[in-house]
Design a protein around this ligand. Structure first.
Ligand code: KIV
Length: 282
């Protein structure tokens, strides 16, 4: 992709009715792949805690982890808008610390924008970060960092009052200045209503088709991470099986000495070999 996607492009896409595609990436090869696939946005999500670091959730992910992975993604991902996820407790203790840490993700990581989880309660924090000149993407509905407080990784907005709260969250985030909002794990009709209630693009993950774009965790979408597969995940391939078969084939060929073959081996002129052997006999 030659042209860099901007915040304006993301907002224009909604105005033009063009659906936005966003994926996650955590390293250089996947940053490069997302770039070559010409997706609109790449999220260096704190989901890296689960799908890359093997943790049980996102809570243990640190600022240092995020910066390390954002830097790697940025080396491969030149076209899409890259968003760095604010890890748990990097924005929750004070507005000053939130601005400081959001700035670190951009200055040290090099991403184009940041994302943080939370609704109405986080509007003042978001407003302050935006005022500091940092583009913010919101994240409402199921918020994985506080999933235990929400009763686990469950669909949100089940009853009318809870659904209305999510619409209020979206409105307050828009007022605070977010350029878009991730909406996770809500009934599809609520996804539609949230999208209609605001003007910023709503990027759904388990929010149905009537939103302005979709995001999936790449390792889920490729069938690379299958510890658990949420209902809203479509596995577009089963890359884990392909990789596993390749590794087993490699092991077999190493054991049977069918790898490396002549085409993977460096040659030595017979004369040099003879000289070497003679030298070894000395
Ligand atoms: O961390 C992440 O990957 C996310 C997505 C689920 C949107 O927040």
């Amino acid at each position: 992709m030659s042209n860099k996607v901007t915040i304006l492009d993301i907002q224009q896409a909604r105005a033009e009715g063009r659906k936005l595609a966003m994926v996650t990436a955590y390293d250089y090869p996947f940053g490069l792949l997302a770039d070559q696939a010409e997706v609109d946005m790449v999220l260096v999500g704190d989901s890296l805690g689960m799908v890359v670091m093997g943790l049980d959730g996102t809570v243990e992910v640190t600022m240092e982890d995020m910066i390390h992975h954002i830097k790697a993604v940025m080396r491969g991902c030149k076209g899409p808008l890259v968003i760095g996820d604010m890890p748990f407790m990097s924005y929750n203790t004070s507005i000053r610390e939130a601005i400081h840490n959001a700035g670190r993700l951009m200055k040290e990581g090099g991403c184009d924008a940041i994302k943080l989880e939370g609704g109405v309660d986080f509007a003042p924090t978001i407003e302050a970060i935006v005022k500091a000149g940092i583009p913010v993407q919101g994240h409402i509905g199921l918020t994985p960092q506080t999933a235990s407080a929400l009763g686990g990784f469950k669909m949100q907005g089940k009853d009318a009052a809870a659904a209305k709260q999510i619409i209020d969250d979206a409105r307050s985030l828009q007022k605070a200045g977010v350029f878009s909002i991730v909406l996770e794990a809500v009934p599809a009709p609520l996804g539609k209503l949230v999208s209609e209630a605001v003007e910023v693009p709503i990027i759904g993950i388990g929010a149905g088709p009537d939103v302005d774009g979709q995001v999936l965790v790449t390792h889920d979408m490729l069938g690379l991470f299958d510890k658990f597969v949420p209902k809203f995940v479509k596995q577009f391939t089963q890359i884990r099986t392909i990789i596993l078969d390749a590794m087993k084939a490699y092991k077999k060929e190493v054991q049977e000495v069918t790898f490396p073959g002549p085409e993977h081996s460096f040659k030595m002129p017979a004369e040099t070999l003879a000289q070497l052997k003679a030298m070894m006999d000395d």
